[in-house]
Design a protein around this ligand. Structure first.
Ligand code: IMP
Length: 429
């Protein structure tokens, strides 16, 4: 039974949390494979809201195994708080339902300090990171100076690695960033607490995922962020520090590429972005504010207001091409009720030439102007609709237009935050 990957096709915040929670009902194992607590997945179940930053969005289904894979970067304090909050509400009753890869990298206090200080220094050119230390932790991984979850369990080795790393980091923090240095002893003390609390979950997670696939279990691979935040294929340098394409699920979960049988792309029926960088369809006006208010478009992790704009078929097309998306889950169609006309960007014009795929360079992005098609709106609320045929004619026309514009079939349509506010059109396992 091959695994199904769920990926974001825009700049994150497409509603992956809701869709993963929904699909998790039919899965045995849910695996996060990249990123860290820069992600924020909002789930609404029976009217109760849960925000998850690290634990996979399958956790609200008791008995499902939730895995934090080798490709992740994990802040132990955040994870421990998240586990405690879930347990306090009766979730994660059995420690075997949560697995943490011993290969995942640890976000240490100096990673957060570097992330924030650098962003302050960048001023107007800031990336607008979440300030959670994600970039600096991935930098250390690539520089081969990172500390992995498994290293926390070898106190002498951890002490040596930390000492070597801190010598460089403290110099950098003080001399270049004007920040205070960190004491190794303080971090060693913190690590003792982490080791004790995390021990029940730490494992060779990749081996467990491969075994589950080998045993015919249904595995769901939960992407974080979105395609346009991919470090190679996104709007570089305004991206995150990991790959968000479906291909990265293989390396990040520790499974062969052939084990991924299906890819579901999540696309919001309009566009949002948090942080800096290009956003051709951005609405810097009352319409944008209306989308923000009606769609509750505030970052689940940082609370920052999201930038809002019209649906951009160019970026979603790119995501489909790079990730081999088999079916799309369109989300938040209900938010567009009352807007008329509704615009869809079908191409970019760059220096007088029409492009149906996005540019690869910053220079190209800076020159891209959207080519719009206008569609008529509708006024009826959609939250109670349960079948495509019950949508107002213009709402149906709109999603059918999006489906054609991006070139992948619609698998799911979401018309509200609740699990029940979902129309399923195709099986995704
Ligand atoms: P970082 O991942 O914290 O380094 O942030 C880099 C960029 O990615 C910033 O623009 C963030 O706002 C954005 N970003 C990171 N994670 C998410 C996410 O889960 N949703 C939306 N944007 C994100």
């Amino acid at each position: 039974m091959p695994a199904t990957a769920v990926i974001g096709t825009q700049w994150g915040d497409e509603g992956k949390g809701k869709i993963v929670d929904l699909l998790a009902a039919d899965a045995d194992m849910i695996v996060r494979y990249h990123g860290g607590n820069n992600a924020g997945h909002t789930l609404v179940v029976a009217g109760e809201k849960t925000i998850l930053n690290l634990v996979p969005a399958g956790v609200l289904h008791p008995g499902k195994v939730c895995v934090m894979g080798p490709g992740m970067v994990v802040d132990p304090d955040v994870l421990i708080r998240e586990i405690d909050a879930l347990k306090a509400r009766g979730y994660l009753a059995d420690d075997r339902w949560l697995r943490l890869s011993d290969q995942a990298h640890v976000i240490l206090p100096y990673h957060r300090a570097i992330d924030r200080a650098r962003e302050r220094m960048r001023e107007a050119g800031a990336i607008g990171t979440t300030g959670r230390g994600i970039g600096p932790a991935y930098e250390d991984k690539m520089a081969r100076t990172g500390i992995r979850v498994g290293d926390l369990f070898d106190e002498a080795g951890f002490r040596d690695a930390l000492g070597r790393s801190l010598r460089e980091k403290n110099e950098y923090l003080q001399a270049l960033l004007g920040e205070k240095p960190f004491e190794a002893a303080d971090i060693i003390e913190m690590a003792r607490g982490w080791r004790h609390r995390l021990a029940p979950y730490v494992t060779d997670a990749g081996a467990e995922v491969r075994a589950a696939i080998g045993d015919g279990k249904r595995v769901l691979l939960e992407g974080a962020q979105g395609m346009l935040l991919d470090v190679d294929h996104g709007t570089y340098p305004y991206v995150t520090s990991s790959n968000c394409v479906a291909g990265s699920a293989s390396a990040g979960a520790g499974i062969p590429p052939q084990a991924i049988g299906r890819v579901v792309g999540i696309a919001k029926t309009y566009t949002t972005r948090v942080g800096g960088g290009p956003f051709p369809t951005e609405l810097d006006d009352a319409l944008g504010e209306r989308l923000r208010a009606d769609g509750d478009e505030y970052g689940a992790t940082t609370g920052r207001p999201r930038r809002c704009g019209w649906f951009d078929a160019v970026v979603v097309r790119h995501a489909i091409a790079l990730s081999g998306v088999d079916g799309i889950a369109f989300t938040k169609l209900d938010v567009l009720t009352g807007m008329d006309p509704i615009r869809v960007c079908v191409a970019y014009e760059i220096d007088g030439t029409r492009h149906v795929m996005p540019p690869a360079t910053q220079r190209g992005w800076a020159r891209a102007t959207p080519v719009y098609e206008d569609l008529p709106g509708w006024t009826e609320p959609l939250g109670a609709v349960r079948a495509l045929g019950d949508l107002p004619a213009n709402a149906r026309r709109y999603v059918e237009f999006l489906t054609k514009a991006v070139g992948a079939p619609m698998a799911i349509l979401s018309i509200g935050a609740g699990r029940e506010q979902t129309i399923r059109l195709r099986d995704v396992f």
